[in-house]
Design a protein around this ligand. Structure first.
Ligand SMILES: Cc1ncc(COP(=O)(O)O)c(C=O)c1O
Length: 238
């Protein structure tokens, strides 16, 4: 039975939200206005399926079509971002960031990100987020002209030797200085080059950096990457 007949209350609310979205716009990075085709693809028979694991390595049966669609999504993501690996499972930015933390850091490791009131995101180590609880967060700031304070970034990075530096923010009106951050990460990385991690989001012009993120996350997957990453992934994913 269609939703309209089965649950008119929910149906009415959905209709009102459709109208609201047609008439207004919130320019928030996490939001999107998708096509009807994407809406169709988001509400399908796959809703019924449980698919823990990765294609070809699931914990339960009946995943042959899930595997097919996940592999297709991986191939498309790799082609789109021109990267060697893609993990398409996180359903939004925050769990994607957590995947990066799990791949790159141990609890208590120092990490650097843009301070939240300076435009950064909760998941970049802000105190009310788990990322500010489980990792030692050293925030960097923007100057009064709106640019990231790179003197501070260098000073903090040399002092704390972070395992991870986030480059990317929710509200930053300048171009993201990926290469400048890469220089910092290259200098302060503990065991060059494997331990240096510089990660970012919103990858429009950050292809090199996205390559690194893809590699970091890939290395942490079961059966891939360095022995160190494999050991860590065994304890977190097995
Ligand atoms: C820079 C940045 N990172 C991460 C996130 C979290 O993404 P999500 O809300 O999709 O989990 C946001 C959300 O706006 C963001 O702006």
């Amino acid at each position: 039975m269609a939703l309209r007949e089965r649950d008119p209350d929910v149906y009415r609310i959905l209709q009102r939200e459709r109208e609201r979205q047609r008439e207004g716009v919130e320019l928030i990075p996490s939001e999107n206005y998708v096509s009807e085709a994407v809406l169709d693809a988001m509400g399908t028979i796959f809703t019924n399926k449980y698919s823990e694991g990765y294609p070809g390595r699931r914990y339960y049966g009946g995943n042959e079509h899930v595997d097919e669609i996940e592999r297709l999504a991986q191939e498309r993501a790799k082609a789109l971002f021109r990267v060697p690996h893609a993990n398409v499972q996180p359903y939004s930015g925050s769990p994607a960031n957590l995947a990066v933390y799990l791949a790159a850091c141990q609890p208590g490791d120092p990490i650097m990100g843009q301070n939240l009131p300076d435009g950064g995101h909760l998941t970049h180590g802000w105190k009310v987020s788990a990322t500010g609880t489980y990792y030692r967060s050293i925030p960097y700031h923007v100057k009064s002209d709106g640019y990231i304070d790179f003197d501070e970034v260098w000073r903090l990075a040399r002092e704390h030797r972070p395992r991870l530096i986030w480059c990317g923010a929710t509200a930053y009106v300048r171009e993201f200085p990926f290469e400048k951050f890469a220089e910092v990460a290259d200098e302060v990385g503990e065991q060059k080059p494997s331990a240096r991690q510089l990660v970012t989001e919103r990858p429009a012009d950050g292809e090199v950096v996205v390559q690194r993120v893809a590699q970091v996350v890939h290395d942490a997957l079961p059966g891939h990457g360095s022995a160190n990453a494999r050991n860590r992934s065994r304890s977190t994913l097995a």
